[in-house]
Design a protein around this ligand. Structure first.
Ligand code: UD1
Ligand code: CA
Length: 425
């Protein structure tokens, strides 16, 4: 059966205090919305993102990053139920499953969504809502059950009685719907509530009234539905995500010397027996091999492929580069848009000058196998250092260097004997 998703991302995100739409705020260089789309991708065959505030920016992001996602404009924004109804035209003849998620919950995991869909199918459910337990459920919609424990309805905080407010089971904001049976609901929802909005949550009571099979799937790890409403939440989510990533890496044989000061994006693969030293920051998509030593204080900015037995030492920054096996970049270097061969040694303070600020063009630096670069070298890209060549310390490399040659730019060292003594006299 086909599964499609509707991702709600039209809201304003006032508390972010930002010019940027909330769902485009980033964790490790990836927008929040990207996390949700990556989560459903592989489960769904098509995704609809409901956009409103800063619609154009969100649409541009979706268009240029996700082929199987379309944006649908919701203007004005009259509530979550109204948001989903915006997809009714597109899905007029659709009879499969619809997953509804929010674009501001980046911690939701694919395996959780897979289990959720499985639960929906196994129970022959028409509507399944994800719920979870919070000791402090403030601001969430509460799950209200019948005496026999079946679902009755969802009540929003602002509409809840004090008795309902005491309920700790909350609506996680994720739904699985048999679209063929549910789509009719969206022409029947009303905005007769405290916020004057069309609530998506009202489909629970609607479904019960129509004698549909309505169920809740209780999510154990409530961290996964943590929503971003403020910059404080953004930092908290980054911490939670990082802890998950680091635990996963350690479980798979990577040493993280100090998890409290290490930051690694979830899109970074790392091989066994690699050691990550403290204060290392790795963002974007990267692949690091086995037996490497990274940091302390290394900064990988994405698009980095590191083979096995590589050392990237302290204050080394790497971006969009391939570094092959047994290569050392020990100290204080910048490697960008580069390809480094096997057994390359890079002296301290080496810079690949990859960017021309006048033409705004970025160029590539290539170093073949066994190249040795002396300390404080600048390689002005585009440039190639062929196999086995050596570069003397302090050299500015502006031409390709042939294999097994020495390249060196250096004004001769002058020595003035007793110069200091004379000065002091
Ligand atoms: C919603 C649920 C609540 C649940 C909570 C979980 C409703 C009525 N309430 O509340 O039961 O516990 O999520 O996080 O659904 N959006 C639109 N268009 C709109 C309104 C909202 O796209 O017209 C989007 C927002 O951008 C956001 C999502 O829908 O991504 C949720 O909206 P929000 O206003 O944050 O709902 P909550 O009050 O948190
Ligand atoms: Ca919310």
């Amino acid at each position: 059966m086909s599964i499609k998703s509707i991702i709600l991302a039209a809201g304003k995100g006032t508390r972010m205090k930002s010019e940027k739409p909330k769902v485009l705020h980033e964790i490790y260089g990836k927008p929040l919305l990207g996390y949700v789309l990556d989560c459903v991708n592989g489960i769904t065959d098509e995704n609809f993102v409901i956009v409103g505030h800063h619609a154009q920016e969100v649409e541009d992001y979706v268009k240029s990053n996700y082929k199987n996602a379309k944006t649908i404009l919701q203007s004005p924004q009259l509530g979550t139920g109204h948001a989903v109804s915006m997809a009714c035209d597109e899905l007029k003849n659709y009879e499969g499953l619809i997953l509804v998620l929010c674009g501001d919950t980046p911690l939701i995991q694919q395996e959780t969504i897979a289990k959720f869909v499985e639960f929906h199918k196994q129970n022959n459910s028409d509507i399944t809502v994800m719920s979870t337990i919070f000791e402090n459920p403030t601001n969430y919609g509460r799950i209200i059950r019948e005496p026999d424990n079946t679902l009755k309805c969802i009540v929003e905080e602002k509409d809840a009685t004090s008795e309902q407010k005491a309920v700790k089971e909350v609506n996680a904001g994720i739904y699985c719907l048999n679209w063929g049976k549910i789509k009719q609901a969206f022409s029947e929802l009303t905005s007769n509530n405290a916020q004057g909005e069309y609530y998506l949550t009202d489909i629970i009571a609607w479904g019960k009234k129509k004698a549909l099979n309505v169920n809740a799937y209780i999510l154990e790890n409530n961290e996964e539905i943590f929503g971003i409403n403020s910059r404080i939440n953004l930092a908290q989510a980054t911490k939670i995500l990082t802890k998950r990533v680091l635990n996963n890496l350690m479980t798979n044989g990577v040493t993280i010397v100090d998890p409290d000061s290490t930051w690694i994006s979830p899109d970074t693969e790392i091989g066994q027996d690699t050691i990550i030293y403290p204060s290392t920051y790795i963002e974007g998509k990267n692949k690091i091999g086995k037996n490497c030593k990274i940091g302390p204080c290394a900064h990988l900015r994405g698009g980095v492929e590191v083979w096995d037995n590589v050392k990237l030492g302290n204050f080394v920054e790497v971006k969009k580069s391939v570094i092959k096996s047994n290569t050392n970049v020990g100290h204080l270097s910048y490697i960008g848009d580069s390809e480094l061969g096997n057994h390359v040694n890079i002296g301290a303070g080496t810079i690949t000058a990859n960017y021309d600020p006048l033409s705004k063009v970025k160029s590539k630096t290539t170093m073949k196998d066994n190249v040795k670069i002396g300390s404080n070298t600048v390689l002005v890209a585009p440039v190639t250092v062929e196999e086995g060549a050596n570069i003397g310390a302090g050299t500015i490399v502006t031409k390709d260097i042939p294999a097994w040659s020495l390249g060196i730019t250096r004004s001769p060292l002058k020595i003035f004997t007793d110069w200091v003594k004379d000065k002091l006299r």
